[in-house]
Design a protein around this ligand. Structure first.
Ligand SMILES: Cc1cc2nc3c(=O)[nH]c(=O)nc-3n(C[C@H](O)[C@H](O)[C@H](O)COP(=O)(O)OP(=O)(O)OC[C@H]3O[C@@H](n4cnc5c(N)ncnc54)[C@H](O)[C@@H]3O)c2cc1C
Length: 443
């Protein structure tokens, strides 16, 4: 049986290991951190006695490859899917605006009319949009999505209250920064078949939702998992990887190598010459940040929020974006695109954590009037500076790797050429592309 080395224990690496272990390959996985999961992780917080996510990871019906990975590792039941699409937003009047969606034409019309923020004048732009994504190949269209949406005729109000939150949640950046190609690709997948657009929530934190099960699955399939073991050098000669060198100076050989590391880590493992020759375009991919705030309350979470215990709650016209009620004393607020949002001339991501907490609390109080500083027993702020890459128009040309680079080297990761935004599904799809190729070679 062929031996495969996988470098990187994020979702792309874990899904690669799972797909191959399921077929009986001999696998060694190297992860530089002491934990698995990469940018999707949680940790146990002794002080508050619970697991904490670096950020709540939501999935969608169209995450077919990620869901296959969950099924194989026995984790699918740890996610729950909405029966019908609806999302609520708190507005400054202390009311909630609700959005409903449906994919069949009658359901769509009905749900559209029930939604608080759409107006009748949005109906024609919506139909134009659905027609375009159905009939035209827009995959590599570089036109800014903000202009595309305007040209379809959406009102300013709908752009502000619907499309802008959609952009920041899915693409982690402003609508102006998103290319029409990737924007329409996601919508197309969402409306491709029944249930695709429904949101899936993990029932617990990421570790307990799927990382723990994945580790057990891999161990049961005799995968050697080397945590805390960074790959220091990948030796590449005549178009092939000859070997890799780990930080503890071991030289390791394999038949095939899957690199599932982020694009900015290539310069750490290849020589300057190889980087210049094969990976120089990667330095032009940009990243975007996400900040998560975990607030632990002395008393129970206000009842207005408890209603949303099993979903997420958005904020209209606020710096705050999404709120999750994790338990009756723990809420999690998330702000995406935090490198692009300014507060008093500084990007949010650059602001010191205690000040950030004050900013968040003051903003939260505008919506939850009963909340007071004294109600907060503790808080934790998690900044992810390089949470995702920015899927702007230019990124189409930079994301040129689609699985195989040479006869024994495969490239996986959410940033590769999957035509998807930086998501768990993009990571899992990239794993599927690489592992299918290896499985085919070995037939
Ligand atoms: C706060 C936050 C919230 C998010 N929310 C969502 C969401 O709701 N839904 C969604 O779909 N996506 C979400 N994402 C995006 C999602 O987490 C990523 O797209 C996905 O996890 C990327 O996986 P990956 O395996 O491609 O990369 P990574 O997770 O970056 O994995 C790469 C791994 O390689 C390791 N590595 C690097 N160099 C080496 C080396 N030399 N040797 C060994 N190991 C190495 C790293 O330590 C890392 O573990 C979110 C991301 C963040 C940060």
């Amino acid at each position: 049986m062929k031996r495969i080395i996988i470098i990187g224990g994020g979702v792309a690496g874990l899904a690669s290991a799972t797909f191959l272990a399921d077929k009986g390959f001999e696998i060694i996985l190297f992860e530089s951190a002491p934990k698995l999961g990469g940018r999707c992780y949680s940790f146990f917080n002794e002080k508050n006695g619970c697991f904490i996510d670096n950020g709540k990871h939501l999935i969608a019906g169209w995450y077919h490859n990620f869901r296959k990975f969950l099924e194989l590792t026995g984790s699918a039941d740890n996610f729950t899917f909405q029966k019908k699409f609806n999302v609520s937003f708190l507005n400054e009047k202390n009311k909630t605006d609700k959005i409903y969606l449906s994919s069949n034409p009658f359901g769509f019309l009905f749900s559209f009319l029930r939604s608080d923020i759409f107006s009748k004048s949005d109906l024609i732009p919506f139909y134009r949009l659905l027609k375009k994504i159905k009939n035209e190949n827009l995959r590599i269209n570089k036109f800014p999505a903000s202009e595309f949406i305007k040209e379809l005729g959406f009102s300013e109000n709908t752009i502000n209250l619907f499309w802008k939150p959609v952009s920041i949640s899915i693409f982690n950046t402003r609508l102006e920064n998103v290319g029409t190609g990737i924007f329409t690709e996601v919508l197309k997948r969402g409306f491709d078949s029944k249930g695709n657009y429904l949101l899936g929530y993990p029932k617990t934190d990421s570790y307990n939702a799927f990382i723990k099960n994945t580790e057990s699955f891999l161990q049961r399939h005799s995968v050697l998992i080397k945590k805390n073991c960074s790959v220091k050098r990948i030796n590449f000669s005549e178009g092939n990887i000859t070997d890799i060198v780990t930080e503890d100076s071991n030289i390791v050989y394999a038949d095939y190598f899957i690199l599932a590391i982020p694009f900015y880590a290539y310069k750490n493992v290849f020589s300057e010459n190889i980087c210049k020759k094969h990976f120089s375009m990667l330095q032009n991919l940009k990243t975007s940040s996400i900040i998560n705030f975990h607030l632990f309350l002395k008393e129970k979470v206000p009842s207005v929020l408890m209603e949303y215990r099993k979903e997420m709650l958005g904020f209209h016209n606020s710096l705050l974006q999404w709120l999750f009620v994790n338990s009756d004393k723990h809420i999690n607020i998330s702000i995406s695109g935090a490198s692009e949002i300014s507060y008093k001339n500084s990007a949010l991501i650059d602001i010191e954590k205690n000040t950030l907490f004050d900013i968040v609390l003051n903003n939260l109080k505008l919506y939850i009037k009963s909340l007071d500083r004294n109600d907060i027993a503790d808080y934790i702020v998690i900044k992810e500076k390089r949470a995702t890459y920015i899927q702007d128009s230019g990124s189409i040309d930079l994301r040129k790797f689609n699985g195989k680079l040479s006869s024994n080297m495969f490239i996986a990761g959410d940033w590769t050429k999957t035509y998807l935004p930086s998501t768990l599904e993009s990571a899992a799809l990239s794993a599927k592309i690489c592992t299918d190729k290896i499985i085919n070679f070995c037939k």
